[in-house]
Ligand binder design. Structure first.
Ligand code: NOJ
Ligand code: CA
Length: 671
């Protein structure tokens, strides 16, 4: 085992340069992955990837269509290259694990046109044992207007794909499709693939800064080409060079669990730019929230207005009495009474409704050790929001509110943004304008020591490493669909998210609906034990106990676990799983010695084994287990849950049954 000191010492192993000429290649530290760049007869640059000596990605094109200059694609030659190797570790201020190892080999390839304007562009590869990232760097100073990126991913093995379509009205809030790779349409990322030999690949991107998000347009067979999210004003990306694009990333592993154990996306991001972020504090929170989704309360003013002073004080008491640290209050500010979906123009981000005494509620929360989580629903009107955002954050800072949940409810393509000429134009949630907006929100929030949890967000590309107040986000179908119920999230949904959406970063899924019922009393496709397993499997530093207080009071066994489970981890290990079938994760508390194991299943029951080799072999432990009872089944007996204690050691393997729609949660403490 390396000591902390060795780990924290950045090791730049070597830098070498090479002369002109293709092909050039670079291997992962374990030698299993080899990325190459070659040129064809027309001078097109092509990249490829081998794994264990077999092609995983065949020759795939690189390049750009530019709006005001000839296509940057042909007549390219390799004019030189540089290599370096890095083996270092860095600390996450909060996260799934405290120490993250970054061990990779880098190859920077200089390309230049042999004809015309002799433009120069670099392609940088970083290859680690868990995958590869590559990005372009535009080197010639001046304006770059990108009409489309031509990067291809020519996947060789036949594979099953888990994906959601790009450009559909409901953004990322869709059910995953499971199809042969050849039947994928235009997909969002991450898209996860499983080949017949068990190789798993997830295609995603890292460090999406001031650029349009990448979608994958299916061409033919296993071949995809980048489709950048459009912009209102022609070119999809407008930048001034020199600049680097986001990383195009492939996480590669022998199993689904291997994908979940990867740090590739974080490692491809820049280190923390905010300095001391001890003010970003992970937190388990309740909310004046589920009641609205059930239709029992309203965001709008009126007889069932949820965000009243009286309701807030009651919720603060309950959260305090049960050891929670935060309370989200939605519908506190003026603007919900008209058709708030329509345009977001009516929202006032500093003015509370008359029946909500904001200073009093904030003072009461402070006195009870509860942190309020602010709420800014924008309805996708960022032009309007940006005029009030600074004042709204100032208000929160004055009141000691250190986290905000933002929301961008609008159809895909329905973001209203101020354009360069002052007019309002429609943008996409994942276009360059929104990449800029989200960073603007996060940096303005950081100035006031506020953390951000965005709903209907831009996808996560690991920017929490650089801006650690970008704590969580939605970006998939969350629990709210189970309230509305048309249709609810099917039992395999979360076990799919664990190996698709979650590879991007934390998700505010809002687990813990222990009543297992939606709006019209319709059942949620889950057992009670699964609601507990979700806390461990679906990581978020802001984790909600989303149900109503009375529903927790009615389920004391479940509430006990929800009170115990930490939200910040020293280490995390995906122990097993199959996309859409089940996921088992073990995590160690960052602020204590206990381990927690969580599992969620899919549509059918299964038996699983949990080897406990992550425990200290010198110790004896007590495992407290919240599991599906023998008759449990989400359709017939969802509340059948057994809570039991077993004495265990590192050499033991727990054998457990997960019911249909089930799961389990375990706390393991030393005896
Ligand atoms: C959708 C969000 O996902 C949900 O959490 C929120 O309550 C509503 N928008 C209203 O902002
Ligand atoms: Ca949503």
């Amino acid at each position: 085992m390396m000591t902390m000191k060795t780990l924290m010492t950045a090791a730049l192993l070597a830098i070498t340069t090479a002369a002109a000429g293709a092909p050039v290649s670079v291997a992962s530290p374990d030698g299993r992955l080899v990325a190459s760049l070659d040129t064809d007869n027309d001078g097109r640059a092509l990249w490829s990837l081998m794994r264990d000596g077999h092609p995983l990605v065949a020759a795939s094109r690189l390049g750009f269509i530019l709006a005001d200059a000839p296509k940057l694609e042909r007549h390219l030659g390799v004019t030189g290259s540089e290599r370096r190797s890095i083996d270092t570790s860095w600390q996450q201020p909060w996260g799934e694990r405290r120490l993250v190892r970054d061990h990779h080999n880098e190859l920077r390839v200089h390309l230049a046109e042999s004809a015309g304007t002799h433009r120069r562009i670099d392609v940088i590869f970083r290859v680690s044992d868990d995958g590869i990232g590559f990005r372009y760097e535009f080197r010639d100073a001046g304006s770059v207007r990108i009409a489309e990126e031509l990067t291809e991913f020519n996947i060789v093995p036949a594979a099953t794909a888990w994906w959601i379509p790009a450009y559909d009205w409901n953004r990322e809030e869709q059910l995953y499709r499971t199809t042969p790779i050849a039947d994928v349409g235009t997909a969002q990322t991450p898209m996860t693939l499983r080949a017949a030999d068990g190789t798993h690949v997830a295609i995603h991107e890292a460090a999406l800064v001031d650029y349009a998000a990448m979608n994958l347009a299916h061409v033919d067979g296993g071949k995809f080409r980048v489709s950048l999210t459009p912009s209102n004003n022609g070119p999809k990306v407008v930048r001034t060079a020199p600049f680097a694009t986001p990383w195009r990333a492939l996480i590669v592993a022998d199993s689904a669990a291997g994908l979940a154990n990867s740090n590739l996306i974080l490692n491809l991001n820049e280190p923390n730019k905010l300095g001391d972020v001890s003010w970003v504090r992970p937190c388990k929170y309740m909310g004046i929230w589920w009641g609205m989704h059930l239709g029992l309360q309203s965001w709008a003013s009126g007889p069932i207005h949820g965000a009243t002073t009286a309701n807030a004080l009651k919720m603060i008491d309950f959260a305090h009495d049960n050891g929670f640290c935060g309370l989200l209050i939605e519908g506190w500010n003026i603007g919900w009474d008209a058709d708030w979906f329509a345009d977001g123009e009516s929202f006032d981000f500093t003015r509370p409704y008359p029946d909500f005494d904001l200073p009093r509620v904030a003072g009461y929360a402070r006195a009870h050790g509860i942190r309020l989580i602010g709420h800014h629903e924008t309805s996708g009107n960022i032009a309007h929001y940006e005029t009030q955002m600074a004042a709204a954050f100032d208000l929160y800072q004055r009141l000691g509110i250190d986290a905000v949940k933002t929301g961008y409810v609008a159809d895909a393509g329905g973001i209203k943004a101020r354009q360069a000429d002052g007019s309002i134009g429609y943008e996409w949630h994942e276009g360059q304008a929104m990449a800029r907006h989200h960073l603007y929100v996060v940096t303005e929030a950081a100035k006031r020591h506020i953390a951000v949890n965005a709903h209907e967000p831009i996808k996560d590309t690991g920017l929490r490493r650089t801006y650690p107040n970008m704590v969580s986000r939605e970006g998939a179908r969350g629990m709210e669909y189970n309230a509305w119920g048309a249709p609810p999230n099917p039992p395999q949904h979360e076990a799919t998210l664990a190996f698709t959406r979650m590879l991007a970063g934390p998700m505010d899924y809002t687990p813990g609906i222990v009543s297992l019922k939606g709006k019209n009393g319709q059942p949620i496709p889950s057992t009670l034990a699964k609601q507990l397993g979700l806390y461990i499997v679906l990581y978020s530093p802001l984790q909600m106990a989303a149900d109503l207080p009375e529903n927790y009071t009615a389920q004391p066994q479940a509430l006990r676990f929800i009170k115990l489970v930490p939200v910040d981890w020293e280490d995390s290990i995906a122990i097993g799983g199959e996309v859409g079938a089940f996921a088992i994760l073990a995590r160690r508390d960052r602020n204590g010695p206990d381990w927690y194991v969580g599992a969620i299943g899919g549509a059918s029951a299964r038996n699983v084994s949990v080897p406990l080799r992550f425990l200290d072999p010198a110790k004896r432990y007590v495992a407290e287990i919240w599991r599906d009872g023998d008759k449990a089944d989400w359709q017939g007996a969802p509340f059948d849950m057994v809570v039991e204690t077993r004495h265990v050691r590192a050499t033991d393997t727990l054998a457990l049954r997960i019911a249909a729609g089930g799961g389990f949660a375990i706390r393991i403490r030393a005896e």
